[in-house]
Design a protein around this ligand. Structure first.
Ligand code: PMV
Length: 324
């Protein structure tokens, strides 16, 4: 058995279905090439220590017996509670030294928190010889996300574990890997940091006031996701792009669009993209566009002209893995 292990897990981008997927609907998500990396080491003292410079956590430590108890700095929450949850289910007596390092900024909304949660759960599964299945890893990591943020579908956790492109239903009720090609996706960062929980709460407040409208939006989103899944499996990017545009309209109706994202989205469409939409909770973070190779340059220029920052991503990449 290892005493020290290095693990990496990919970030994610929501393709279609955000917000509706929190309420028992499906979504499509892809894992992206930028990875979260973690080194996890069993130690002889019963101390938990964490270095996570990307989220401003340095030289943080406490007794293993106090995980999740005394105050936990924001940047340490996911990792600390992941260890606590693992320990409760599969007790062990060693201490732990965890270091995380991200290949992407936590500002982008690529799921750095969930990817670090996935890395830690996978590391503990290997270090303790439990060799948990992907679904067991998912359940532990998803519980951790819910413990920290109270709500969420778990789509980001699934992308981190399984990788590839997934058809995913709330809480991992369905996690279906899709055999598809790499997607010609162009990503634009708005420069505005969005808070996922705040946006989920905004949509919830709207659903309380207008239950029949918001429910029917979720149901329409679910139909789009089903159609988009078929389009993706058929490699029909024209249809997939059109469905992205439909989804953007429904997200606007939910109230999570902002001017800057719309400017980037319309720019990308004018530049010849098959389709473009926001990706994730909205209110900032990133937009995505799907475009044929001959249109890539024009779409990137349009996104930049609208004030966005183009981020190069590889899609459909491998899920969590042990690094040698
Ligand atoms: O903000 P992001 O990129 O983590 O995406 C959130 C997507 C939601 O559907 C709004 C929430 C969720 O957990 O599915």
């Amino acid at each position: 058995m290892y005493k020290k292990i290095r693990i990496s897990a990919p970030g994610k981008l929501m393709l279609l279905g955000e917000h509706a997927v929190v309420y028992n609907r499906p979504c499509l998500v892809t894992a992206v090439g930028q990875r979260m990396r973690a080194t996890v080491e069993l130690t002889d003292d019963a101390t938990f220590s964490l270095e996570a410079p990307d989220v401003k956590v340095t030289s943080y430590s406490k007794p293993m017996s106090e995980l999740g108890i005394s105050e936990v700095p924001k940047g340490a929450q996911f990792v600390e509670l992941a260890v606590k949850n693992f320990l409760e289910k599969y007790p062990f007596t060693d201490g732990l030294k965890v270091t995380t390092q991200s290949e992407f900024s936590s500002q982008f909304g690529f799921g750095s928190s969930s990817a670090s949660t996935v890395c830690v759960v996978k590391a503990l599964s290997e270090l303790t010889g439990k060799n948990l299945s992907n679904k067991e890893l998912f359940d532990l990591a998803y519980k951790t996300v819910l413990d920290v943020q109270g709500k969420g579908s778990g789509f980001d956790v699934a992308a981190g574990i399984y990788g590839g492109c997934l058809y995913f239903v709330t809480g991992g009720k369905v996690i279906e890997p899709l055999v598809v090609k790499e997607l010609p996706l162009i990503v634009g960062y708005s420069g505005i940091k969005a808070d996922t929980v705040t946006l989920m709460n905004q949509v919830k407040a709207k659903a309380m006031k207008y239950p029949e409208f918001i429910e029917s939006l979720y149901t329409e989103v679910a139909k789009l996701v089903e159609k988009a899944k078929s389009a993706l499996l058929d490699n029909d990017l024209v249809t997939f792009g059109e469905l992205m545009n439909f989804n953007q309209g429904l997200l606007e109706s939910m109230g999570v669009g902002i001017f800057k994202l719309s400017a980037m989205i319309y720019g990308a469409r004018d530049g010849g993209a098959y389709g473009a939409k926001l990706s994730g909770a909205g209110g900032g973070d990133c937009m995505i566009a799907l475009a044929s190779p001959d249109k890539t340059q024009a779409v990137k220029q349009a996104i930049s002209a609208a004030g966005g920052q183009v981020i190069e991503v590889e899609t459909n990449v491998e899920g969590v893995r042990v690094e040698v």
